[in-house]
Ligand binder design. Sequence first.
Ligand SMILES: NC(=O)c1ccc[n+]([C@@H]2O[C@H](COP(=O)([O-])OP(=O)(O)OC[C@H]3O[C@@H](n4cnc5c(N)ncnc54)[C@H](OP(=O)(O)O)[C@@H]3O)[C@@H](O)[C@H]2O)c1
Length: 378
Amino acid sequence: MSNAVWQYTAPGRLSTTLTASTRPIPTPGPGEVVVGVKAAALNPVDEQLAQSSPRLLKFIGATEPSETSPLTPSSDFAGVITAVGDGVTQFTVGDEVYGQRFSADGNGFLAEYVCIPASAPFIHKPAGLDWAQAAAVPLVYSTVYDALVVWGRLPFDPTDEDKAKQRTVLVLGGSSGTGSAAIQLARKMGLRVAATCSAANAELVKSLGAEEVIDYTTEDVTARALASPLAPFAEILDCVGGTDLVPHLDALILADAAAPQLGVYVTIVGDKTSRDAMGGAVTNLYYPAQAIRTLKGVVGEYLPNWIPGPLRSLVAGKRYACIRLVPTKDKLATYESFMAAGGKITLDSTHEFAQAKAAYERLESGRARGKVVVQVAK
Ligand SMILES: NC(=O)c1ccc[n+]([C@@H]2O[C@H](COP(=O)([O-])OP(=O)(O)OC[C@H]3O[C@@H](n4cnc5c(N)ncnc54)[C@H](OP(=O)(O)O)[C@@H]3O)[C@@H](O)[C@H]2O)c1
């Protein structure tokens, strides 16, 4: 038996560089399991890794593609355990699991069988999730959980008292894989939501729970956000990138003396706007203004109140964070509670394994409405 995989050996867009190949089925070492992959989800970071310079790959500890080192993309999976190594106690052969493992070493999930450490952020799959749905969850759900709960400091399970406060969130990019999950998680957390998207996606974004929709293609997003009845926001969650709202954070971000921990601009992209460039915290290296803004946010939180306004605005600002998700098994386990509240990861499209290049073409278009998933095995 062989292991069918998609792989690339040179930098470039995955819709053109991927080739179908085979490898031996891996054997698990101590503490490892082999997953028979049923479905894998695609993420912009797959493309960013595939298009990064050798220097950046080295800096972030990622493997460089070459003829002698072919790489397989995709960090999200759902599948069945087919073998377990010595010392693995929490999983047995036949267990249905879902989760993620950052594919920076090229050991990604566009493959029939993948060997991963049992400690990686994957868990047993809830019975109510089919394979495609399950594969779509881990990366985007963990990211928006980090954004709203960890960095936003908003309660995952709000009390009636929390709900009565009618806290609000602005999601930039409401129809994206991350944005569509963020709107639903925010609603589950009792938050009121405004979101940006194009007119074509307005109905989708409203159906997910956004009560105010701003068409970024025809409207001035900054002016609409400033005039929004939901402003000031307990959090602005930016799934798009750029700096349009940055000059207005004082007006847009909540300042509540009774809840001083709240009020933050969280971006999962950074100041950059290119979809192909690596995002997240690494962008602080390329955008000094973003790094300074982050530091000013930290100072702003701890600066005593008696420091006068002009000095305050020189050294301090609203809390600001460009984040990179930190996936854990515990975070993923909260997905069942999100599901129970009616949350569902939005699927843009599912593709047969043989059509993996077309699936990446859809992702590269930048027009996906939710997640793009590849069905690896029936
Ligand atoms: N930091 C992290 O840990 C982390 C984790 C996950 C993702 N990310 C990053 O987050 C970004 C989004 O990822 P994703 O998977 O959600 O992307 P995606 O699903 O591929 O994004 C496509 C969607 O974005 C919408 N869109 C494009 N430009 C927009 C704009 N200016 N305003 C509003 N909506 C816009 C598109 O709608 P239209 O067709 O209407 O334009 C489309 O629905 C990527 O850069 C990714 O690398 C970072």
